[in-house]
Design a protein around this ligand. Structure first.
Ligand SMILES: Nc1ncnc2c1ncn2[C@@H]1O[C@H](COP(=O)(O)OP(=O)(O)O)[C@@H](O)[C@H]1O
Ligand SMILES: [Mg+2]
Length: 629
């Protein structure tokens, strides 16, 4: 009995660990979120869609497969060679030459295996990055095709996470996980076969540890999934928070909200930190535990091996000798390692699938505003616009436009007037089909805009909005929007037209002056002038101005007013302006209230009617005279 004591001790330690883990496993709250990655798509479907991206690189994967075979055979053959070396050294008539041969064989196999894994890694990285960049491009193109209302519904930070983090997760899958997973499976099988060939009994001993590895792995998976999900949620959370608050940083500073925002941020940051620590903790328990099993099995190997050697055990013609022990010592490590990483890799695979699902769920969002099948291309338009009994709501049943009808003849200028929230911006954005209307018709040149290809429709519209978005780049790239065909002369001509030439002349870099993110190195008025140039250079037949003249200093306003007067003769113009003086020259003024048209007519007609326009006008007129006085 006493001589079996070491085995008993090993068994007792493993038993205690298993019991503790099982109790911990049973105690953890079995919430649904802790179990899975909350997936709706089947693994098979996801794998099929992922493989579609990998298909162009089949050849690369075949090469990797061949290289992998070398790597696997190295794992299996090298212990045999080491055992052989041991036999040579221990043999009675020991001479150096056979030893040198054996060592050379061992070394060359090792070098070959290293070279194989080097090339394998290079090929995989290249392929993986290509696959991922294709995926990122698809994702970006798709996001571009989403309608305004769909984009409003997804926080920008979430989209950023999809395009960056989630694609990275998938890249890991192609560069690392799939290959290692396959390799590990084959190594486990190969090592098992090799061990069986050498010694049944010792193989059986090694296999005794497998159920424990499986048990620990199952437990580990549950914990690690939970930890992983927390990390993912935390990352998305922080990205969303950052992208919103970095854009709104000025507001935060103006309102002195730095401290409270900082508190909010550090709460989220701490949450992520805790989640990451939790994840590390799970791994830091799992890896040593499996290592403990490995050490225990090596101990058992030495114990049983030596005992078998001394007692001269013989099972089915196999004996235990020193070289068998050496080979087994190496095999055990080659057996445990892949099993341990297998569990982790399955986990990464799961998380890559979860990322894939998130990406595909965005790719699966059907763009709401799409071309109809029989949509036509419009090369030129006159610029006639008509709304026929248009009903529209952003949120079901909360009508923003209630039966709006009006007609704009070609080259006319029409102005919309009404209090904030009356639906002016909505009318203008419906024209370009940023949203689809629920009922009624919008006609351009007598053609329903649903029957016109969206790209060809938007080509004819130039929109100038109150808050101009400038991209980082140069003045030139912001005016031409990276369309190369415009010459400097053409650009300057447009700039002169909208009175932006003096602004550009003032800049040291001229057209190549740098524009920083969102154009924050220019004033609102300057940005507005650049946006006028941007719109006009594309020669739109219909121009849309939404409060483009609000918040602008008087000096720039004179310039803008002048360029507006010029623009009025170029094409159809629909405008919203708070200052009623800017719209007096309009051919038609439409007065809106709560999504309905109250009255319409020219400035003089409306004044004569003494309706709501008259009231608005007198109010503003009185205010302005009071200011002047
Ligand atoms: N993206 C949106 N989602 C939901 N409601 C919106 C959206 N945009 C505007 N609204 C609502 O539609 C109404 C009209 O808005 P808008 O057309 O912007 O008015 P304005 O006349 O001031 O330009 C407002 O009550 C506003 O709350
Ligand atoms: Mg508006």
């Amino acid at each position: 009995m006493r001589e079996w004591l070491p085995l008993l001790i090993v068994g007792a330690v493993i038993g205690v660990f298993s019991t503790v883990f099982i109790i911990a496993y049973a105690l953890i709250k079995d919430k649904k979120e802790a179990i899975g990655f909350d997936r709706n798509m089947k693994d098979g479907e996801l794998a099929k869609r992922l493989l579609r991206y990998a298909r162009p690189y089949v050849l690369n994967f075949v090469i990797v497969g061949i290289l992998m075979v070398f790597a696997i055979s190295n794992e299996i053959i090298s212990p045999l060679i080491v055992a052989k070396i041991q036999r040579i050294i221990a043999s009675e008539g020991f001479t150096i030459p056979p030893l040198i041969v054996a060592v050379c064989v061992y070394a060359s196999i090792l070098i070959m295996a290293l070279a194989c894994s080097y090339f394998q890694a290079i090929i995989l990285q290249k392929t993986g990055q290509k696959i991922i960049s294709a995926m990122r491009e698809d994702l970006f193109t798709h996001i571009e095709s989403l309608s305004h209302s769909q984009l409003n519904n997804i926080p920008v930070g979430k989209l950023v996470t999809r395009v960056t983090n989630d694609t990275n997760g998938i890249s890991m899958m192609f560069t690392n996980i799939i290959v290692n997973l396959t390799k590990n499976c084959f190594v486990i099988i190969g090592v098992l076969i090799a061990m069986l060939c050498i010694n049944y009994m010792l193989t059986l001993m090694v296999l005794c540890f497998v159920p424990f590895i499986v048990l620990f792995t199952v437990i580990f998976r549950k914990f690690s999934r939970k930890a992983h999900r927390k990390v993912k949620d935390g990352t998305t959370d922080i990205n969303t928070f950052l992208s919103e608050n970095l854009s709104g940083m000025k507001v935060i500073q103006i309102f002195n909200r730095e401290d409270s925002k900082m508190d909010e941020f550090s709460a989220k940051n701490r949450k992520l930190e805790k989640a990451r620590r939790g994840q590390m903790f799970v791994f830091s328990i799992f890896r040593p535990t499996v290592y403990m099993l490995y050490v225990a099995s090596v101990l058992c190997l030495f114990f049983l091996g030596c005992k078998g050697y001394i007692d001269g055990w013989r099972v089915l013609g196999q004996t235990v000798t020193a070289d068998v022990l050496v080979a087994f010592y190496m095999y055990i490590q080659r057996f445990f390692n892949p099993i341990q990483t297998l569990a982790e890799q399955f986990n990464w695979l799961q998380s890559a699938f979860a990322s894939a699902e998130k990406i595909f769920s965005i790719l699966d969002m059907k763009p709401e505003v799409v071309d109809e099948e029989d949509a036509i291309e419009l090369n030129e338009i006159r610029g006639e616009i008509e709304f026929r009994n248009v009903w529209f709501s952003y949120i079901p049943n909360e009508w923003v436009l209630k039966g709006v009808s009006f007609k704009v003849e070609a080259k006319q200028t029409v102005a919309f007037v009404g209090s904030t929230g009356s639906g002016k911006t909505t009318i203008l954005s419906l024209l370009c089909r940023n949203y689809d209307i629920q009922s009624g018709e919008i006609l351009v040149d007598g053609i329903n805009i649903r029957k016109i290809k969206i790209s060809s429709l938007r080509k004819h519209f130039g929109q100038m909005l109150q808050d101009v978005f400038l991209f980082s780049g140069t003045i030139r790239s912001n005016i031409t929007l990276r369309e190369e065909s415009y010459t400097d002369e053409e650009i300057m001509e447009v700039c002169r037209y909208v009175n932006a030439d003096k602004l550009i002349a003032k800049l040291s870099g001229g057209l190549d002056e740098e524009v920083r993110e969102r154009g924050n190195n220019f004033s609102a008025g300057e940005r507005q002038l650049i946006s006028f140039a941007r719109t006009l250079i594309h020669r739109p037949e219909v121009m849309i101005l939404d409060e483009a003249t609000a918040n602008i200093d008087t000096e720039t306003e004179v310039l803008i007013q002048d360029s507006l007067d010029k623009m009025m003769n170029v094409g159809t113009m629909l405008m919203v302006a708070h200052r009623l003086s800017t719209i007096q020259k309009a051919d038609n003024i439409i007065v809106l209230s709560h999504g309905e048209i109250l009255e319409q007519g020219t400035h003089d007609e409306l004044l004569k009617r003494r309706g709501s326009y008259y009231n608005l006008y007198t109010l503003q007129y009185m205010k302005e005279s009071a200011q002047k006085a």
